[in-house]
Design a binder for this molecule. Sequence first.
Ligand code: SF4
Ligand code: SF4
Length: 509
Amino acid sequence: MAAPQFEVPKLADTANTEVPKVQEGSMSHIKAFVAGQAAQEYLGYPWELGEDWKERTLFKMGDLLKKYRSLRVYMDACVHCGACTDKCHYFLGTADPNNMPVARQELMRKVYRRYFTLPGKIAPWLVGAEDLTRETLDQWFNYYHQCSECRRCSVYCPYGIDTAEITMAGREILNYAGYGQKYSNEILGKVQKIGNNLGLPGPALEDTLAGLEEDIEADIGVPVKLPLDVKGAEILLVTPSADFFSEPHVESLIGYAKVFHAAGASWTLSSHASEAGNFGLFNGNYETMRRVAMRIRDAALELGVKRIIVGECGHAWRVAYSFWNTLTGIGFDGKDPFSIELQQQLDHRYPQPMHICEYTWDLIQQGRLQFDKSANDHRVITFHDSCNVARGSRMGDEPGGQFTIPRNIIKAVANNFHDMAAETIGEGTFCCGGGGGVLTDDLIEVRVKGALPRMNAYNAVAQENGVNFLALICAICKAQFTKVLPYYGFDMGQVGGVHQLVSTAIKLD
Ligand code: SF4
Ligand code: SF4
């Protein structure tokens, strides 16, 4: 690891991260790389700010305010109570006051007041309204890419104001004006053209899966399969493309395959829908999100599957759980023949879609999977709740299933488990620091500093309980922690998936 060009925060002696003394402008130098012509044009946006950037910005803002009542409510409802100020991991890690959720909102709210409220139009100085300037737009770009849209702040806001939605609107407006982010927009191009975020074409995927099958058989002597594009399979698994070759992600893919093998399931992956992730969510553009999700519907129809299961990916699960119906299902258009066909095709004895953890836990409860828990004895495990799963979705039949089911699986396959401090997990979980389109090396300083609250909580269980394994169910969390743990003195090998633990302990004939 090259020496960082910034000061890495010091770990605290306890799980709690102290509220820092404000350092005005400490992250104002941070700017994500700006998207180029190809990426912008592919998504239908201008690729640079033209002379009419101000008109375009205000037009789009007015458009979103009309379209999303929630956005207007969030603009109007804040009473500046301050309850959210110390809830953002980026503020706790950077001390920049613009990373306080209320201040992040205020970057847009002051423009909203000026152009969309009567008092702001006639007496802007009285109501904190400000003209839209080029400097404001730059601040939007900087600080709306220092928000991982994790929604932690909204949990503590008495009015439920969701800063993530404001960030999404900010990014959509910036894109429309011709000021997009390179990382997210290039990925959105790749997934739409090729089928996955990594740009891995079908033949390469086929080779990769064949190679993995050989490796698994050489390792355990059991011919576990990773089927691709099997028409008539019962289950379609859509998983983040990182699962196909990145470490430690691939270990979870092997875990899913072993579970399907043990259950005798008929399943397949799809080369057309070889990506569960959907960065359209991060950009706040419903149409882009729909186009990405449509590939999964197409694959499900083409293959004739009865069930759709989603692999370990936080925001993918949120999109699947909360948005698929209104993006591509009968919630979008009840008369659409393809939505109707898919509804008729799917087996409604099962949740549609289903999370891989729900699937595995269901089998464990039925006694259909056998484990040697001692195979995980070299690991002392803790679990990080991923934001989009924790605060944007659910699992199972009972409230809080998204928290209990992954932990139940871990306890079923391993002997040593310790939760991190209560205020840092569950609904109040701290973000890994790399979600929402922040997982790019041009934002490494934001990522490392934003990981501080989670690292303090992890360090506490490492010191007190000897924890040496951070179990995850999100591809972004895996990539982020693999990169960030070494900055805080931990080995990147301590990061892994819940199904990696399943894979280690499962007994196969
Ligand atoms: S990163 Fe999370 S806590 Fe911080 S402002 Fe954004 S949504 Fe709120
Ligand atoms: S907690 Fe809610 S109402 Fe209070 S300052 Fe933050 S956003 Fe505004």
